[in-house]
Design a binder for this molecule. Structure first.
Ligand code: CDP
Ligand code: ZN
Length: 159
């Protein structure tokens, strides 16, 4: 039995005039997240955790942020591309655990929707995916509501 663990981190700052997308779900908020793609910070951290588990680089090496092809890219589509990579065919995801560090907005009303969306995308039971929002009690860049950071751990097993 071969197991691999992956870790992912990402952070994006808030900006006016962009939709706020988290885990592929568009959420109501007065700011979106700044970035070349749709800046879905949760999906980016998930991608990095998967790539990290198999030592396949990171999201920036796969989808360079200076490549016009990925301007406003749907990050869920980028995630699907990663999962279709030949190396991943030999592996199955056991679980994904994520922490979203956001002072604002209050995410608890939307966690169920994000959770369901990810479970569907990965074809995983919902108890194999966890999405946990957390504030920093006002400290640091998240606390000042400048942006959002996400941490992800992923465990995969060889088929
Ligand atoms: O109580 P503790 O310091 O551990 O957590 P907190 O950061 O104060 O967050 C309290 C609760 O608010 C958490 O359990 C989250 O479920 C929720 N929360 C949220 O809905 N949206 C956020 N952006 C941050 C936290
Ligand atoms: Zn990102």
């Amino acid at each position: 039995m071969q197991l691999r663990i992956g870790q992912g981190f990402d952070a994006h700052k808030f900006i006016k005039g962009k939709p706020f997308i988290l885990g592929g779900v568009r959420l109501p908020y007065e700011y979106g997240l700044d970035g070349h793609s749709d800046a879905d910070v949760l999906t980016h951290a998930i991608i990095d955790s998967l790539l990290g588990a198999l030592s396949l680089g990171n999201i920036g090496t796969w989808f360079p942020d200076n490549d016009p092809k990925f301007k406003n890219a749907d990050s869920m589509e980028l995630l699907k591309k990663v999962l279709l990579h030949k190396t991943f065919k030999a592996w199955k995801i056991l679980n994904i655990d994520s922490t979203i560090i956001a002072q604002k907005p209050k995410l608890s009303p939307y966690i169920e929707q994000i959770h369901s969306n990810l479970a569907e995308l990965f074809s995983l039971q919902k108890n194999c995916i966890s999405v946990k929002p957390k504030t920093t009690e006002g400290m640091g860049f998240c606390g000042r509501e400048e942006g959002i950071a996400v941490l992800v751990n992923t465990l995969i097993i060889k088929n």
